[in-house]
Design a protein around this ligand. Sequence first.
Ligand SMILES: Nc1ncnc2c1ncn2[C@@H]1O[C@H](COP(=O)(O)OP(=O)(O)OP(=O)(O)O)[C@@H](O)[C@H]1O
Ligand SMILES: [Mn+2]
Length: 480
Amino acid sequence: MFFNGVELSSVSWLLSLFCDEETFQETISRQDSMIKQRRDVSSAIQSSLVERSKSLVHGSMSFAQRACRVDDEAARTCCGGRVASCDGPHHMLIRKLQAVPEADFRRERLRRTSMADLVSSLGGSGRRASKRLPAWNAKNTGGRPNSNYYRFHQNARAAALYEPDDPAIDGLIRDMATKPFQTLEMMTRGTELKLLVKFDDRSQAVFKPMRWGRDHETLPNHYYFNDYERHNAEIAAFHLDRVLGFYRVPPVTGRIVNMTIGNMCFFGECTYYCDSRHSFCGEVDMLEGSLMAWLPEPPAGERDRWRSPYRRSYSKFRKADWEEDDGYCRQKLMQPDGTYLYPRFIPDLVDTHIFDFMTGNMDRHHVEVFQHLRNDSAPLLMDNGRGFGKSAVDEMSILAPLQQCCKIRLSTLHKLAKLYIGPERLSELLDKSLRSDPVYPVLATKYMPALDRRLLIILRAVATCVKEYSVNDVIVPDKF
Ligand SMILES: Nc1ncnc2c1ncn2[C@@H]1O[C@H](COP(=O)(O)OP(=O)(O)OP(=O)(O)O)[C@@H](O)[C@H]1O
Ligand SMILES: [Mn+2]
């Protein structure tokens, strides 16, 4: 076991994470100057960037201070706010133990490796060795042979929907953003209006129209199940998933569509939000929306879809089991007779909720996987439209699987640690990725500090788990 004998170092390492203001200050000032350099983008974006740089400087310092409130002697020693005060015995011990190679959490190594290199090296061989969808459907996975869409379907694997450096993915995104639509069909499944778009190379995508501007916030007294979907959340979720190196969200692009029918409003056919009070209106013939690549069709692409054990009650009056019982995961789900006990289920659930916590999506009601890859299949993270609705609220209940199961993949923790250590922050990496989208900036700038803040909250939750259990218990070794 690579953690053998280094438990203490890892605990201390986690705690030491929360004490390093130097890292914060350095990253903040770098980001501050980066933001200033971008001022030529446009006058509208300019002023919001200045606002953002202010809030980052202001916000992050307080995050660092807040994050330091870990109830541990080592942490308290450091939390005077000065790194100098960390030069006590604890800190020396931490430094010494960090140098133990098996821990593989060496700060300098993580700092020097770019996030892109880290995610490709962490997952690379494991992803490429994982199973593909059954070959007996090779001819009808959809799309014209050798189109980008066809290659996306052919290359999908159990551990990841795509490889980060597969040129077919960028090609597919470009195709969806530029190719003319051949037909449009209303999708009747689900609660909100969606259109199935077909292109002339037989590829397909789901179009979700814009309902709100980027700055619109979900009302505080709005129940999560009444929330509307946001097309820009679908776009941002794809990029976030790619930055985090999960590759579980099908490719998405933004697109401004010309509604040649004139400046009309329309509404759809679906369960809830489809009537004339919930119509969509283009702004002078143009309507912005998101397009998500369609997944491989059955039979090869057949999916299993079951209720998530962490589904919400979707009622004002009822609580879900996990809301009433902190032992729900360890004492129920993780029992030997549990339905969910194939090895990757719990770590996948935790990854998914870490991802949803970052976006603020409370609507992960089902788990979908490829049926033919079942116990090896990573979850397919479609339906991210209810993220990015509240920039100031960090919805802790979304993290319940991490807090209650107290399990996390080693590779996920490595990635989160890397993002914490920097030098590039999660918000910077996401912003860089979003720049390639036709409807950039995609997200309101207020979500950028929220992402960096949520990363810290996740790491604190891991630290709490490590204190309650042990490193070997909490961290799930994965083959990456
Ligand atoms: N890209 C896709 N490829 C294949 N099937 C898809 C895709 N996107 C959505 N679907 C199918 O349509 C269903 C509904 O889509 P989605 O969850 O995005 O819509 P929704 O209106 O939010 O639905 P719900 O009310 O169930 O949350 C999905 O569960 C999935 O089965
Ligand atoms: Mn939904």
